[in-house]
Design a protein around this ligand. Structure first.
Ligand code: ADP
Ligand code: MG
Length: 584
């Protein structure tokens, strides 16, 4: 184990400075990175939240742990075991090196660290509690090898910072995105994410990138990807990319890691896009997962405080090589063979990454018990999406019933068992319709009763800023008093929303969304509108409603996944069922 020491002032001055703790997801990122750097092979992230936001973040790893004196030193500013001076950066293999994270987190929260070094024998573990930068407790405790860091009361002493936090679901979405990125870049680690006691994501160790992708986004998406390989003396490219038929409205699903570091790079995203050439329309982007190994001395990681960006030397060789590898992968692949018609899952998908506001705990409980009101609401929601469709991509199936008021159970004519996520399925239906109507210039639809919003000053400002592009999407909003707004019309695609709550929530989601470019915003609006308007998880559906939903889903062009790429349908064919029960 390497000893932690405080960097000398000269080294400190040469390290990219800046804030690392902006929101709960930043805490998650730093803690997970520390666990990975500690050589963990298994990491558990346990997040708790209430309606107001994330209340606790706890990361448990089976890494090398820390000796008692190190456990205290780890909280000092610029204390790190990962580099000694700036020269070490050119061969850096760890994710961390600034020695700032634990100190910065503990300055604005209450942090409890429990750790015990690997191979410590009879030596006890150490527990350290630091609150607002002060060590308030240090004791010996029994503990397994490895480290657990729990962070509570984030920003308790910095109310200004706390005010900038977005809704719980937005913050959770950022947390899930952090885990996804790290999990994609670190197949050597098994990640498990639990939120309020429920497992949300799980990857297996060393299962290969494609399996990790399946664990995070569903087996359908994973199976439909095309492998990419490429090599230069200074570079190795590995990964998976989508077929041209599976594209997105923005580049946010192009995920890139360089030497285990998940990074954001417009240039690399552009190179990937370039590899598709005219296989994709101008404003469409692929889904891609690329893992690049580049000589460490060509990658300058010291340019950004949270290390999301890196500077590459010899970019002029690297970028074209990426574009060429993508192009070659697509050329060598039979693109006509589309997504398999029977997406029999290899395993039951438990992953549920990304923002799913409809599944907020409190909400699903209320709609579950809402009884009659719930039924009529679902009816209205389904009626809105009753259209003539052309496609017929799902096999014929008959609903048998619902499980947990969330999944429809159906039987295919050939005895295949289908489970359908009712919210995801309806979201797909709505999404396709919203896109279609939007592209047809359907415009807005006036509300019979305008919905009045009285907002706190910060949100008013945000809404005022957003008014012009909300109008582009069909929301007619007028300010008619101090911080008071009237929503007079909504996108026609949203249908006749009588429920002022839905209008308010949709606008709140839109304001919380940070999409910047116009196509991103467009995509975000469509997704939010689809998600908000969709039948909820936890809503009881009648047999007839279940049938209608399945019929609607079958008329969509891509019935297998929701707009976020999660599966809508999983199938267990007869063979699979027989296998489970060890028949024949
Ligand atoms: P950095 O990661 O940049 O070194 P941090 O503030 O994140 O800085 O952590 C300080 C030091 O504490 C690390 O260098 C490491 O030695 C130790 N440390 C932090 N988290 C863990 C962990 N989960 N397991 C073992 N050691 C850890
Ligand atoms: Mg760190």
């Amino acid at each position: 184990m390497t000893k932690i020491r405080v960097l000398d002032p000269d080294t400190v001055n040469r390290i990219a400075a800046g804030e690392v703790v902006e929101r709960p997801a930043s805490v998650v990122k730093e803690l997970l990175e520390n666990a990975i750097d500690a050589g963990a092979t298994s990491i558990l992230l346990d997040v708790s939240s209430d309606m107001a936001g994330i209340t606790k973040i706890r990361v448990t790893d089976n890494g090398e742990g820390m000796a008692p004196e190190e456990a205290i030193l780890a909280f000092s500013p610029h204390a790190t075991s990962k580099i000694r001076d700036i020269a070490d950066l050119s061969a850096i293999r760890t994710l961390g090196f600034r020695g700032e994270a634990l100190a910065s987190i503990a300055a604005v929260a209450e942090v409890t660290l429990v750790t015990r070094p690997r191979g410590a024998g009879a030596l006890a573990g150490t527990r350290v509690v630091v609150r607002g930068g002060e060590v308030v407790e240090k004791s010996e405790v029994g503990a397994p090898e490895g480290t657990t860091v729990a962070v509570e009361r984030l920003f308790y002493n910095t109310p200004a910072r706390r005010k900038f936090l977005k809704s719980r679901n937005t913050e959770l979405a950022h947390v899930y995105a952090v885990v996804e990125n790290l999990a994609l870049a670190h197949g050597e680690v098994a990640f498990r994410v639990v939120h309020n006691g429920k497992e949300r994501m799980a990857t297996q160790r060393s299962a290969g990138l494609q399996n990790t992708i399946a664990g995070l986004y569903g087996a359908d998406l994973a199976r439909a990807l095309v492998p990419v390989e490429g090599r230069l003396p200074i570079l190795r490219i590995r990964g998976y990319i989508s077929r041209p038929s599976e594209s997105r409205g923005n580049p946010s699903q192009i995920s890139v890691s360089i030497n285990g570091r998940s990074i954001a790079s417009r240039q690399i995203a552009a190179a990937v896009r370039e590899g598709y050439g005219t296989l994709l329309p101008k404003d469409r982007y692929p889904v891609a997962f690329l893992d690049l190994s580049i000589d460490t001395d060509l990658v300058d990681v010291n340019v950004h405080p949270t290390k999301r960006e890196v500077r590459l030397s010899r970019e002029r060789e690297i970028l074209p090589a990426i574009a060429a590898a993508v192009k070659e992968a697509l050329a060598g692949h039979d693109l006509a063979r589309d997504v398999p018609a029977e997406p029999v899952q290899q395993q039951i998908v438990t992953a549920e990454p990304g923002p799913v506001p409809a599944r907020a705990i409190g909400e699903s409980v209320t709609s579950y018990t809402a009884g009659h009101r719930g039924l009529t609401l679902s009816d209205k929601q389904l009626r809105r999406t009753e259209t003539e469709g052309r496609e017929n991509l799902l096999p014929a199936m008959e609903p048998i019933g619902q499980v947990a008021a969330t999944y429809i159970v159906a039987e295919g004519t050939d005895g295949t068992l289908y489970l359908i996520d009712q919210h995801a399925a309806h979201e797909r239906v709505l999404y396709d319709q919203v896109v279609e109507q939007r592209d047809a210039g359907a415009g807005s639809q006036e509300l019979i009763m305008p919905v009045v919003l009285s907002l706190p000053p910060k949100e008013s400002a945000a809404l005022r800023d957003a008014m012009a592009h909300l109008a582009d999407e069909g929301f007619v909003v007028e300010e008619f008093g101090r911080d008071t707004f009237a929503v007079r019309a909504v996108p026609a695609a949203l249908g006749a929303v009588e429920d002022p709550g839905t209008v308010r929530e949709t606008i709140a989601d839109l304001l919380a969304d940070e999409a910047r470019t116009a196509p991103d915003r467009r995509q975000a609006v469509t997704c939010i509108v689809a998600c908000r308007g969709a039948v909820k998880a936890g809503a009881l559906l009648t047999h007839d409603q279940q049938k209608r939903l399945l019929a609607q889903l079958t008329r969509t062009k891509t019935p297998w996944t929701c707009p976020h790429g999660r599966p809508t349908v999983v199938a267990f064919d007869r063979k699979k069922l027989d296998g489970i029960f060890r028949r024949g």
